[in-house]
Design a binder for this molecule. Structure first.
Ligand SMILES: [Zn+2]
Ligand SMILES: [Zn+2]
Length: 309
């Protein structure tokens, strides 16, 4: 009977096996997945199951995911505080979560305080029919200030958190609160020239846009690169995007906000996974690996005060 390559019959074979194993370990170490933090995901998103969400995040080797609950009108589309807390508990070490409640409801401070006491580490996604500088939102910022947590805001012209042009006053009034800007009107305003009704503007960016200025001038505002809006900001004018990323390397945080079923575009109309598009694009546009790592992990990890793993 011939000795199997794994047996110890000859010294040569053992040595060969040992070298092969060492080489394999070296290759594994070289290709060890980078730490990737997705700052924008939802459970039960447009009918996606919890198992599909897990598979989606594993497909992109995402090591930490921030679950953003919805509230009120959003609940038919995505999971709320309880669903996020339950899913986080089922998968220890993989997920963290924010807390959400409708700012127009008087119970909201109690809801947010309670959920943060039970382990939520931020407030969002705030996507309600209010002005960004309304008394309702100001009470959210005050609460965030007291609790020491960031607030993630969806800006959409005349729809959600209206009045981006007045947001500067909020950044000044709440210097201890870290804000995370998201969505169409936030990203449309990287350009100084914008039709506010055009939620996915194409073509060249005119330098000096409001979003660009806020990111430069205020230490307490970050840009969430998730969703079609974040991707559009990176694709519409690659030369501008490359420079924008270089200038705001420490202020951008990567997220997907993707609702596809499998991380490959399955189960959604576009057939395209946002993470599958934006991660390679960011790698290409970032000035170097260190900048890429900051955007896909380190900035958010520091912002959320996550323990180093
Ligand atoms: Zn979202
Ligand atoms: Zn996807």
């Amino acid at each position: 009977m011939l000795p199997s390559p794994c047996t110890d019959m000859t010294g040569n074979l053992t040595r060969r096996n040992f070298l092969a194993a060492a080489a394999a370990a070296f290759v594994r170490a070289q290709s060890a997945p980078e730490l990737i933090l997705d700052i924008h995901q939802h459970v039960l998103y447009n009918g996606r199951t919890k198992d599909q969400l897990l598979a989606h995040q594993l497909e992109h080797q995402i090591t930490t995911t921030v679950l953003l609950p919805g509230e009120g009108w959003m609940l038919p589309i995505l999971g709320g505080n309880r669903e996020c807390a339950g899913f986080q508990a089922e998968h220890p070490g993989r997920f963290v979560r924010f807390a959400c409640s409708d700012p127009a409801e008087s119970r909201t401070p109690d809801v947010l305080r309670g959920d943060i006491r039970r382990g939520a580490i931020g407030i969002g996604e705030m996507k309600f029919h209010v002005a960004v500088d309304s008394p309702e939102m100001r009470q959210i910022y005050k609460l965030a200030e007291g609790l020491g947590v960031p607030v993630l805001i969806h800006f959409e012209y005349e729809t959600y958190n209206t009045g981006l042009e007045r947001f500067q006053a909020i950044l000044k009034a709440y210097p201890k609160v870290n804000f995370i800007g998201h969505a169409q009107t936030w990203w449309g305003n990287i350009s100084a020239e914008l039709d506010p009704l055009d939620l996915y503007p194409k073509g060249r960016v005119k330098p000096g846009g409001l979003t660009d200025r806020l990111l430069s001038d205020y230490p307490n505002i970050y840009g969430d690169l998730s969703a079609g809006s974040g991707l559009n900001a990176l694709t519409r004018d690659p030369d501008f995007a490359r420079d924008f990323i270089r200038r705001h390397t420490r202020k951008l945080v990567w997220g997907s906000d993707c609702d596809c079923r499998d991380g490959k575009g399955g189960g959604i109309k576009s057939g395209q996974c946002l993470a599958a598009q934006s991660l390679p694009l960011l790698r290409k546009l970032a000035p170097d690996t260190a900048a890429f790592r900051r955007i896909v992990h380190e900035n958010a990890s520091a912002l959320l005060r996550l323990k180093k793993s």
